[in-house]
Design a protein around this ligand. Sequence first.
Ligand code: NAD
Length: 318
Amino acid sequence: MDSGPYQPVAVLGAGTMGHSIALAAALAGRPVRLWGISPEDLAQARRRILEKLRTLSAEGALPAGEEGVLNRIKFVESLSAGVDGAVLIVEAIPEDLAHKQAFFCDVESQCGRDAVIASNSSGLSPTAIFERIASPDRALVAHFWNPAHLMPLVEVVPGRCTHPNAIRRVIDTVGQMGKRAIVVHKEVPGYIGNRLQYALFREAQYLLEQGVASAADIDLAAELTLGRRLGVTGPFRTADMGGLDVFEAISAYLFPTLSAGREPGGELRALVSQGAVGEKAGRGFYPWPDEEMRRMDGARERDLIRRWVQDRDASTDE
Ligand SMILES: NC(=O)c1ccc[n+]([C@@H]2O[C@H](COP(=O)([O-])OP(=O)(O)OC[C@H]3O[C@@H](n4cnc5c(N)ncnc54)[C@H](O)[C@@H]3O)[C@@H](O)[C@H]2O)c1
């Protein structure tokens, strides 16, 4: 089946990821069906999409009107209407293996035979996710990052049965949505991005618990050192540019001292058990009064929009 730019995409699950994946596809001109579990779920997704479109517009990043993009998204409560005619189906329901397995049996029974079926899992095995469906050859993980309309990379993770054709079609479709795709050749929990992210998070927690520095200073060290460079050079290019002999010497004395913790850190556990789960609860490693929430959300979104526009302009110049 044609995976061309005007073929519909279905997004199943209308939460944090679902609404922003739907927006990414609609911004690229695709007709989108966004499925949610209830009218309230869908109404919230619609509000969040509209809010994001208004921010894009206020930042001068949306050439045409907001309505045109919004009108490409059909908000549906019936799964069969959601998957109807879709060439790519992206699932974004909660990260629960048994639940995803059962959900995909329903999806498969209602979608077209040629549709590629993708899960936006953050790190579960695609072979396991799709083990109960009859056609795992057309199924795989397509891991978008949050917020999906602005983050430029998708990790494509085939399972044991995935056909190369499904991989190619997902890469083409997300490419048309302005995303770069990388293929993860081996199924490892967390794929690549989350493994790197959690390696850093584990060490950050360890430094905090050892009293090496405050959470704010550990954040600053990451933001103003690695963070400044990471958008330009990843770990291997950075090492090449710094000198592999230097990186080898430092690795030799540093690796034995790095955290090898096998569980979430004590401070993290304590915060979660007190309900201090971060921004959404008003308290986490930091206090999150409303004003701070607005300041940080705005700062991060504006920075991501600036880079998104840069990427978009660079690709149209090519
Ligand atoms: N939040 C992130 O930063 C992020 C990033 C990348 C990938 N992911 C992955 O994306 C998926 C969705 O995460 P999210 O953060 O958008 O979750 P979420 O809780 O914000 O949204 C989940 C959505 O799934 C639907 N849903 C809820 N309960 C359901 C049920 N019992 N059965 C079927 N559908 C149900 C609803 O539409 C709900 O809005 C997960 O697999 C998650 O690991 C999350």
